[in-house]
Design a protein. Structure first.
Length: 216
């Protein structure tokens, strides 16, 4: 999903700073963006590290010379199952990446964001859903964070929105639904319209929106 969003932004002429834990994914995404004329800045980032989000956020803002849009797409599936059966180490890491790391990155870049800028969080329909363990909790917390930041930053003219892409042909989806035929769900590239529209200035008027219901 992150790669599809990056490619769509690149096609619109955006200057990009991309982060990922897996540097091979970064290089592949950079190559795809280069095909439409973009040369993104690349940063290896472990969101669960208490110090890395702030370091990378500050460095990226300095190299870009500012920041108009932040897209938070990172997350871990962990283990599906009852929340009461979640292993503490798995639970802690999933929440550390999706909630703690995301917040620290937001905190690092906020000083550089001005009126009209946007923070877009990628959420999921599994937020708060029974049987999704730490992942369901982390996405529910992300939705709450989105709503709180949206209200708190409204006076600064910063839009904060969570977008649920819905079913998408991703590695995480395949891990969550191993028996599903990937061809039966949309490719991420078909789901990027709301991200591009929000980056361009659209405000859906709500903290959490469904890509399937987007009417841009």
């Amino acid at each position: 999903m992150g790669r599809a969003i990056a490619e769509a932004f690149a096609a619109e002429g955006a200057r990009l700073a991309l982060t990922a834990t897996d540097t091979a994914h970064l290089r592949a995404t950079a190559s795809a963006c280069a095909a439409v004329g973009a040369t993104p800045l690349l940063y290896g980032l472990e969101l669960a590290d208490p110090d890395e989000p702030a370091r990378v956020g500050v460095e990226a803002v300095a190299e870009l010379g500012g920041l108009d849009v932040l897209v938070n797409n990172a997350g871990l599936l962990g283990e599906r199952g009852a929340l009461a059966d979640s292993r503490p180490d798995v639970f802690d890491r999933v929440v550390a990446v999706t909630v703690g790391g995301t917040l620290r990155l937001v905190q690092a870049v906020l000083p550089a964001m001005g009126h009209g800028s946007a923070i877009v969080n990628v959420t999921s329909g599994a937020a708060g859903r029974p049987g999704w363990g730490a992942y369901g909790v982390s996405r529910l917390a992300l939705n709450g964070m989105t709503s709180m930041l949206r209200d708190e930053l409204a006076d600064r003219g910063i839009r904060v929105v969570a977008v649920n892409p819905g079913p998408a042909r991703t590695a995480m989806r395949a891990a969550a639904y191993p028996k599903e035929d990937p061809a039966t769900v949309p490719h991420p590239a078909a789901l990027v319209e709301p991200f591009v529209a929000i980056a361009a200035g659209a405000d859906p008027g709500a903290g959490v929106v469904e890509a399937s219901q987007w009417r841009g």
